[in-house]
Write a protein that binds this ligand. Structure first.
Ligand code: NAD
Length: 476
């Protein structure tokens, strides 16, 4: 991996000194040591970056699918070439276990780019509707505001879609995990995009992010993160009526129907809740099981959670690293206190506190039962290694329990009968449902119903978030 110019920002195809003088310290959450410092950009830097993106727009928006596809393919190849260095960077900046970082944090972005490459022609194709020719055009300059939980993946999902659509863009990565964004920028620099097509401005959400969302030169804001920040970004963007794509939180469910292979289903549900220390927007943090099989399910869950021993995320055997920040740990611990007071019962974890590493923002995994559907444990996105197990009587009750949420991002339905699983899946008010062990599809639309967000990412639907649609009525 090459060195990262961490004192600079990337604007107009060059690494330049930021106009702002402030900096942000980056900490390794496993050691609590400061590992880097990046600029804390201000509105002048944002303006400079948006201006560069606007200047590059006429050129990039005039390119065709072949040129854009070639850029995405070059980016894909470069990500593969630098995968190990990127995985190590993600692990150091946000604590994801290295094996998970290799497989998912850096493996997923490659699949996401494959999805864009495969769908590029379909996403940009024109169609005839009666005497109209309907064409798709790049919307303009995009702002990508990304979180820390999958820092590389979130950035690539937005950059790939914007470039495929013919947009130019400005990326503002999370202030907690900006190093992988610097590494990605170095990689993008290497693939030779025209100057200004891609720009990087690190900084805080309330300043740099807010300035970007409000900037009149930005045509679309694509954001992933918390509901609270999503609401603010939506409000800021509304002032100039710019489009917003919001990928927010979730409280997703694993629904284990009565005829399912319970051991496999519960094991999968526990892994979904605990991997990346529970810091996944689509983590299935509710496990819904038939009432008469609850004890059996809890036994399986206990056995699976035992493997999630908090440890050094740089150890390839580690399954559970620290949470990404001290603030995140405090939030999760506050939720656990609330859960204990709500009458829910802990059936596994947190184990002996002395088993937690001495340093680092660790939280032991925990599994809870006796969870009231109206309690915060059942309703709120905790973003830590916490699973609520709840019981239902029949499929009807399972559907109603799963839909009892302000969120609607994802779910998995397990059944021995695919038709029965599909019938339940169709009634779930969420953006994605996996049936049994179905794999994630990086070209299928990803996004949420209700407060899980607005819009869809990935594949053709993701590219179309960055397009305007124009009807050209043809003469008789
Ligand atoms: P956040 O939403 O505050 O930050 C995400 C990104 O948005 C960061 O780049 C941040 O700088 C930026 N941002 C924040 N406020 C902004 C504003 N007003 N205008 C423009 N940009 C802004 O997330 P967080 O504080 O890092 O985490 C808090 C909680 O959010 C987590 O505990 C979790 O529940 C949730 N979260 C969800 C996801 C997800 O993928 N759905 C990701 C990260 C965090």
């Amino acid at each position: 991996m090459y060195s990262l110019p961490l004192r600079s920002v990337f604007i107009g195809g060059r690494w330049v000194a930021p106009r702002a003088t402030g900096t942000i310290a980056v900490e390794n959450p496993a050691t609590q040591h400061q590992i880097a410092e990046v600029p804390d950009c201000d509105s002048a830097d944002v303006w400079h970056a948006v201006d560069a993106a606007r200047s590059a727009l006429p050129g990039w928006s005039a390119t065709g699918p072949a040129e854009r596809g070639a850029a995405l393919t070059a980016l894909r190849e470069a990500l593969l070439e630098h995968q190990e260095g990127l995985a190590r960077t993600v692990t150091r900046e946000m604590g994801s276990p290295i094996t998970f970082a290799r497989r998912v944090q850096t493996g997923l972005p490659v699949k996401v780019l494959d999805g864009f490459i495969d769908e590029l022609a379909a996403a940009t194709a024109q169609e005839r509707i009666g005497h109209s020719l309907v064409v798709r055009e790049p919307i303009g300059v995009a702002a990508a505001i990304t979180p820390w939980n999958y820092p590389l993946h979130q950035a690539v999902a937005k950059i790939g879609a914007a470039l495929a659509a013919g947009c130019t863009l400005v990326l503002k990565p999370s202030e907690l995990a900006p190093l992988s964004a610097y590494a990605l920028t170095r990689i993008i620099e290497g693939i030779g995009l025209p100057p200004g097509v891609f720009n990087l401005v690190p900084g805080r959400g309330s300043t740099t992010g807010a300035a970007l969302a409000a900037d009149d030169g930005v045509d679309v804001v694509s954001f992933t993160g918390s509901l609270e920040a999503g609401r603010k970004i939506g409000a800021a963007a509304a002032q100039s009526v710019k489009r917003t794509c919001l990928e927010l939180g979730g409280k997703s469910a694993t629904v284990v129907l009565s005829d399912a292979d319970l051991a496999t289903a519960v094991e999968d549900g526990v892994h979904s809740a605990l991997h990346n220390a529970g810091q996944t927007c689509s983590a299935r943090t509710r496990l819904l099981v038939p009432r008469h099989r609850l004890d059996e399910a809890l036994d399986v869950a206990r056995a699976v959670v035992a493997a999630y021993v908090p440890g050094d995320p740089e150890d390839p055997a580690c399954l559970l690293g620290p949470l990404a920040s001290a603030q995140q740990r405090e939030r999760v611990l506050a939720h656990l206190e609330l859960a204990a007071r709500s009458g829910a019962r802990q059936v596994a974890g947190p184990g002996r506190p002395e088993r937690l590493p001495h340093l680092g923002h660790y939280v032991a995994p925990s599994i809870w039962t006796g969870v009231s559907p109206s309690s915060p444990l059942a309703l709120e996105e905790i973003f830590g290694p916490v699973l609520a197990v709840m019981a239902f009587g029949d499929d009807e009750e399972a559907v109603s329990l799963a839909n009892h949420s302000d969120y609607g991002l994802a779910a998995t339905v397990w059944s021995a009968d695919t038709d029965r699983a599909l019938s339940v899946a169709r009634r779930l008010q969420v953006g994605q449902v996996d049936i049994n062990d179905a794999k994630f599809n990086a070209a299928a639309p990803f996004g949420g119903f209700r407060q899980s967000g607005v819009g869809r990412e990935l594949g053709r639907h993701g590219i179309q978030e960055f397009q305007e649609v124009k009807s050209l009525q043809l003469p008789a």
